[in-house]
Ligand binder design. Structure first.
Ligand code: AVI
Length: 329
């Protein structure tokens, strides 16, 4: 339904829909059409993602949880090896569920460290900080509501603690190969020799296992993908009919890429009022929305060496589905 109040729209556009507007303006005129998965995470998208992490098919979260629980002592040994206090800097902290395994253990062991969660969403960050203060009142916290690299820069200006960067949950898999290289190059620029990066990588495995993780039976991944259209309707005053788009995912074991699409189920035209734009769709036409890349060990090692790091720790779950890998600068 159209909204009649232009003022309300202006306020919304001013308060953060600009990046989405730019993405929609440029992405929906490309062939094939595309929208970045960066825009999945409005309040509803973040809520659905939390539910996906609990589905039987989405093994990634459980695998990483197992790794951190099983290997927390070895991880701590790596983190304190040079006898310095450290800042545990978590990029894209979200609800910090897995990180709490480490925070609880390090607190119990009276380790000298501070936790610096970094998230662009202040809602997620405020919730996490309140939660941690309640659970571990003595834990030193340095939350940063900012861009990843600005935050790292500020943290290094404030103290000379060793920096240990956490980038968990296979978030790295949502980058293109070029973006992933660029990400580690920028980390390399911000860090000092001896600093560490712990990344969660989803590994290549039987394609059927991966395919199922992005096609859960409850339809949550479908709802997650379609929610992007709902967000565009709300924030850019568009009229996507959600019932005439479907979710489709393919996993290609040759490239290690799971790709998600929205598929138009009929020939239709969508109007995006805030952009004064109409977008025609053919029957069966797709919008590419997400890449979730799965890695081999040698790809991960190459990523480290190409960007000036070396691999100093490699931890997997008992099925070998997922790896938490420590890079040293
Ligand atoms: C956040 N990211 C690592 C998830 C993934 O597996 O690519 C997002 C997701 N997309 C569909 N299900 C979960």
């Amino acid at each position: 339904a159209w909204r009649e109040e232009p003022e309300a729209l202006e306020v919304e556009l001013a308060s953060g829909s600009t990046a989405l507007a730019e993405e929609v303006r440029t992405g929906l005129v490309k062939t094939p059409k595309r929208l970045s998965s960066r825009f999945f995470y409005d309040a509803e998208g973040s809520r659905i993602f939390q539910e996906i992490m609990h589905t039987p098919e989405y093994y990634l979260t459980r695998s990483e949880y197992e790794i951190l629980e099983t290997h927390k002592t070895e991880l701590l040994q790596l983190f304190v090896a040079d006898q310095r206090p450290f800042d545990l800097v978590e990029l894209g902290a979200g609800d910090g569920l897995k990180t709490k395994i480490l925070l609880g253990f390090f607190s119990e062991q009276q380790v000298d460290f501070a936790y610096a969660p970094v998230d662009i969403s202040s809602d997620a960050l405020d919730g996490l900080v309140a939660d941690i203060q309640r659970q571990w009142p003595d834990l030193r916290l340095k939350p940063r509501h900012d861009d990843y690299f600005n935050s790292l820069h500020q943290l290094s200006a404030e103290s000379d603690a060793r920096r240990i960067v956490l980038f968990l949950g296979s978030n790295i898999g949502n980058f293109t190969p070029e973006e992933a290289l660029d990400f580690y190059r920028q980390l390399h620029d911000q860090l000092l020799p001896g600093d560490l990066v712990l990344t969660g990588f989803d590994l290549q495995k039987h394609p059927a296992v991966i395919h199922a993780a992005y096609n859960d039976r409850q339809g949550l991944t479908r709802a997650f993908n379609l929610n992007l259209l709902r967000r565009i309707n709300r924030e850019l005053d568009a009229n996507f009919d959600l019932s005439s788009f479907d979710h489709y995912e393919v996993y290609n074991p040759e490239t290690g890429e799971a790709r998600s699409y929205l598929v138009s189920q009929k020939s239709q035209t969508v109007t995006i009022r805030a952009l004064e734009m109409t977008v025609p769709f053919q029957y069966g036409e797709i919008i590419h929305t997400e890449i979730s890349r799965k890695f081999t060990r040698s790809q991960i090692e190459q990523l480290a060496t190409k960007t000036g790091f070396s691999v100093s720790g490699w931890f997997t779950d008992c099925k070998g589905y997922f790896a938490d890998v420590v890079f040293v600068r």
